[in-house]
Every structure is written in structure tokens, then in C-alpha cells.
Design a protein around this ligand. Structure first.
Ligand SMILES: Cc1cc2nc3c(=O)[nH]c(=O)nc-3n(C[C@H](O)[C@H](O)[C@H](O)COP(=O)(O)OP(=O)(O)OC[C@H]3O[C@@H](n4cnc5c(N)ncnc54)[C@H](O)[C@@H]3O)c2cc1C
Length: 460
């Protein structure tokens, strides 16, 4: 029996950050990882999708470069080189995390761990004891029970689509969430005819409806069927129904992207008393579960399936384990100020509440929506006719900023500033007195603040 201060189950963003922070603080840490350090994010999520998006974007921009006076003749792409590029990006970052864990002194062991209750974890046939246990087992793609899906080689999930040997001529994407939209954008930019089928009446549920609609209508090369339910899939033929009518979408490959579910099975023994259900392991804002000394972080908690949310949850759990020993102050995870990002074409990002959500909570808010044409850099690089929007939502009386959303280039790079505005309770007047670089897309946030209807006009 090996004894550790902390045992972490799962080496994705939530688990590896927690392990690293604790080991750096002098704790003995065992990190158990079933497949590959880096988890979904580095191996089959954030990073490989962004690598392929980078390749697809370059190809698409090269094809459309003549209007900028750049004539690139015979532009073509090589999917296998793109796949190599993706693999090198993944390997480089996985190597980086592995090195970081080693330098911190984390003991990393490959294998499927099982928590047996209390302080006992089984790994590789041995029982280990950890004074604290962190559950960071992540999530997996949902495979819905639709006729013709099981065993159909033409239906893949996100992991399968990342590995396809050839780019399909026609791709059907079932689900218009972030993952569906990102893959739709990648393949549309490579020339694939993409059809997105979404059961709800708009894509990207996280977004303000009007901005989601703008993103959808300005996504080149993608057809959308909203309010449409997939009834069955036969080979590459997707049978859909909408308002009582049935129709088919023909595809060479079908991406199943209807969501992910927390990995609450496999590692969890019966009778441990842990509070969990299909939505995840229940935690409080300190990432504590209902079992003393057992913490959960990341996708397995069902609280915001994003890598940076997992990082922060991992940090909070680590800080609270340390604080217990030292009597320091507890840290909390604030889900409401976690930004989201869509690396589609166009890109989008946001933080805080939508105007609709504010109103349903009884908050008196006003909003300003501006085209990104107010940004000099946007017009200079993309032209005023390209779609792009910023929306700012703030409380009418106090001017306290409640939400910021952007559709347009660099949105995911800009949004942390808006998250900071929310974290600090900043107001419209505060934004007006901030100096933004010019020309930049971020200036659109400042323009929106100055266009805000009710706040007093003088910055403090
Ligand atoms: C295609 C795709 C694109 C994405 N793009 C983005 C993006 O751009 N930005 C973003 O923020 N998020 C993105 N995400 C989401 C992001 O990947 C997840 O939110 C993030 O990886 C969650 O981290 P985690 O540590 O909770 O879990 P994971 O990263 O899922 O890691 C969990 C780890 O636990 C291991 N494990 C499970 N059970 C056991 C066990 N019993 N014993 C040992 N190990 C175990 C698994 O092998 C896995 O490595 C994307 C996801 C997908 C699928």
C-alpha cells in the first residue's frame, strides 16, 4: 500500500492542474491517467480541433486572397500533412504537460483507477491511500439511441472525425452546439458541403439568440436545419423530421455531436455514499463533494464543459486542500464569470448573462449591439460588409456590466478582458475610462459602452 497526500483520478486539464499545484506546494501526489495525460482537451478536443482549424483557415484564406491583391494560383491542401501538423501540436503540448508534472514531482501512473470509498484507490491491482482524493475523470460523447446509428461506420463522434483518412465531400452534423459548429466550420473551409441538423430553434444555446443567428447566417458553406429532429440514419442518409414533414439529408459522413456526459461510471464503487447523478458528481463552490476529503473538478461535475473551467476548478480544489491544512481562506469557483468561446467561422465568445437571462432573473438591464464595422481594424482587415457584432448588457440604474458577447475575429482572445470587468463588478463608466489599443477589434466594446443609453456620460 502506497500512501499519498493526494490521489487524482484523471489527467485532463482539471486533474493535471490540481496535481501540479499541490505537488509544487510540497504535497505527495499520485495522478492516475487511463489513456493519455492532457485528457480530452489536449488529445482529442481543444487542441487538435484548433490545429485543423488553423490549417483549414489558411487554405480558405489563400483561396480568397485575390481581393487583397494576393494571387495564389492552384491553392490545394494535403489532408495527411494537416493531420501531421495536428499530431505534432498535440505531441508538443502533451510533452509540455508531462514535463511540467515531472518537474513538480507528481507521480504519474498509467491505468484505470477506481475509488473504493474513504481514502482508498485501486490502480494497477494495488490499493493506494490518499488523504484527499480528487475526481477529474472528464466526460464522453453522447451516442443517442437513433435507429441506424449503432454499428454504422459512416457515423462518427468528434474523436472519430479528427482521425478520418479523407475529407468527406458531404458532412452531416447532428447537433448545433459548440463542437458541432467548430467541425462544421473546419470542414466547410476545406470545401466540404456541410449540413447542421439542430433540434432546437437556434444553434449555440450559450449565445444571445440574435448573435447566434448572425453567426449561423454568416457561416459560409454550411446549411442549417433548425427545429429538426433526426429520426434515423441509414448509411449516410439522415432522415429528419420538422413540423410533421420528413426529409432526407445525404452525406458521406455523419458527425454525432449532441453533447457530452460526465464520466460517473467505471471508477466509482457502489456504496461509497457519493452524491452524483447522470448530470455529474455534485460539488459545492469549493469543489467539495458530500464525502469528506473527496473533491471533484472539471467535466465530471457537469459545471461548464470547458477546459479553462476545469483548470480553475482544479486550482480551487488544490487551494482548498492546502487551505485546510494551513487554516487559510477557502477559494470558490465562480461559474458565472467563466467565458465561453466558439472557434468557428466566424469566431464568437462571451461571458456573463444574456439579456434574456438577466430579464428572467428580474434584473433591469439595457443593451447595446453594434456591428464590428465600428472597429477600424475590422474594416481594414475584413471589410465593413463582413459579419461581426458586439453586444453589451448592463444594469440600467448602476451601469454594472452583466454580459458581453462578440461574434467576429479574435473574439476568444478579447473576452478575458470582459470576464475581468464582470469579476470586478465594473460599470459602463469604468469601460469608458479604459484606454483600448487602436485599431483593434476590442475597441468595439468601448464603442458599445459609449453608445450605452442610460449611464451618465462622464467617466470617473
Ligand atoms: C472536439 C472537442 C473540442 C473542444 N474544444 C474546446 C475548446 O476549444 N475550449 C475549451 O475550453 N474546451 C473545449 N473542449 C472541452 C474540453 O476538452 C473539456 O472541457 C476538458 O477537457 C475537461 O477537462 P477534464 O479535466 O474535466 O476532463 P478530460 O479532459 O476529459 O480528462 C479526463 C481524463 O480522465 C481520464 N480518466 C477517466 N476515468 C479514469 C479512471 N477511472 N482512471 C484514470 N483516468 C481516468 C480520461 O482518460 C481523461 O484523460 C472540447 C471538447 C471536445 C470533445
Amino acid at each position: 500500500v502506497a500512501e499519498f497526500d493526494v490521489i487524482v483520478l484523471g489527467g485532463g486539464p482539471g486533474g493535471y492542474i490540481a496535481a501540479e499545484r499541490l505537488a509544487r506546494a510540497g504535497r505527495s501526489v499520485l495522478l492516475a491517467e487511463k489513456t493519455a495525460v492532457g485528457g480530452t482537451c489536449l488529445n482529442v478536443g481543444c487542441i487538435p480541433t484548433k490545429a485543423l482549424m488553423g490549417c483549414a483557415k489558411l487554405y480558405d484564406e489563400a483561396r480568397g486572397s485575390a481581393r487583397f491583391g494576393v494571387n495564389a494560383a492552384d491553392v490545394s491542401y494535403d489532408w495527411s500533412v494537416m493531420q501531421d501538423w495536428k499530431a505534432r501540436a498535440v505531441a508538443s503540448l502533451v510533452g509540455g504537460v508531462t514535463g511540467m508534472l515531472k518537474r513538480a514531482g507528481v507521480v504519474v501512473q498509467t491505468g484505470e483507477a477506481g475509488w473504493r470509498g474513504g481514502n482508498r484507490v485501486v490502480l494497477g491491482g494495488e490499493v493506494h491511500r490518499g488523504r484527499d482524493i480528487i475526481i477529474a475523470t472528464g466526460s464522453s460523447p453522447v451516442w443517442p439511441d437513433i435507429a441506424g446509428v449503432a454499428g454504422n461506420p459512416l457515423v462518427v463522434d468528434s474523436t472519430g472525425l479528427l482521425e478520418v483518412a479523407a475529407v468527406p465531400a458531404r458532412l452531416a452534423v447532428v447537433g448545433g452546439g459548440v463542437i458541432g459548429i467548430e467541425f462544421a466550420s473546419i470542414f466547410a473551409r476545406l470545401g466540404t458541403a456541410v449540413t447542421v441538423i439542430e433540434a432546437l430553434d437556434e444553434v449555440l444555446g450559450v449565445m444571445d439568440r440574435s448573435l447566434a443567428a448572425r453567426l449561423r447566417t454568416s457561416a459560409p458553406g454550411v446549411d442549417f436545419h433548425l427545429g429538426t429532429v433526426v429520426e434515423a440514419i441509414d448509411g449516410g442518409r439522415v432522415t429528419c423530421s420538422k413540423g410533421g414533414a420528413t426529409f432526407g439529408v445525404e452525406a458521406d459522413l455523419v458527425l454525432m455531436a449532441v453533447g457530452r456526459r460526465p464520466n460517473v461510471t467505471g471508477w466509482l464503487a457502489e456504496g461509497t455514499g457519493l452524491d452524483f447523478d447522470a448530470r455529474g458528481v455534485r460539488v459545492d463552490d469549493r469543489m467539495a463533494t458530500n464525502v469528506d476529503h473527496v473533491w471533484a473538478v472539471g467535466d465530471v461535475t457537469g459545471r461548464g464543459a470547458l477546459a479553462h473551467a476545469a483548470y480553475r476548478m482544479g486550482e480551487v480544489a488544490a487551494a482548498n486542500i492546502l487551505a485546510r491544512a494551513t487554516g487559510g481562506a477557502a477559494q470558490v469557483f465562480r461559474a458565472e464569470t467563466v467565458p465561453w468561446a466558439v472557434y468557428g467561422y466566424p469566431e464568437a465568445a462571451g461571458v456573463g448573462l444574456t439579456e434574456e437571462a438577466c430579464r428572467s432573473r428580474g434584473l433591469a438591464v439595457a443593451s447595446v449591439t453594434l456591428p464590428l464595422g465600428v472597429s477600424g481594424r475590422f474594416v481594414a482587415e475584413h471589410g465593413a460588409s463582413r459579419a461581426g457584432l458586439v453586444k453589451l448588457v448592463a444594469e440600467t440604474a448602476s451601469g454594472v456590466v452583466r454580459g458581453v458577447q462578440l461574434v467576429g475575429p479574435y473574439a476568444p482572445e478579447i473576452i478575458w478582458g470582459a470576464a475581468h470587468l464582470l469579476e470586478t463588478g465594473s460599470t459602463i463608466a469604468d469601460i469608458r475610462s479604459l484606454v483600448f489599443p487602436h485599431p483593434s477589434i476590442s475597441e468595439a466594446i468601448r464603442e458599445a459602452a459609449w453608445a450605452f443609453p442610460t449611464e451618465e456620460r462622464n467617466p470617473r
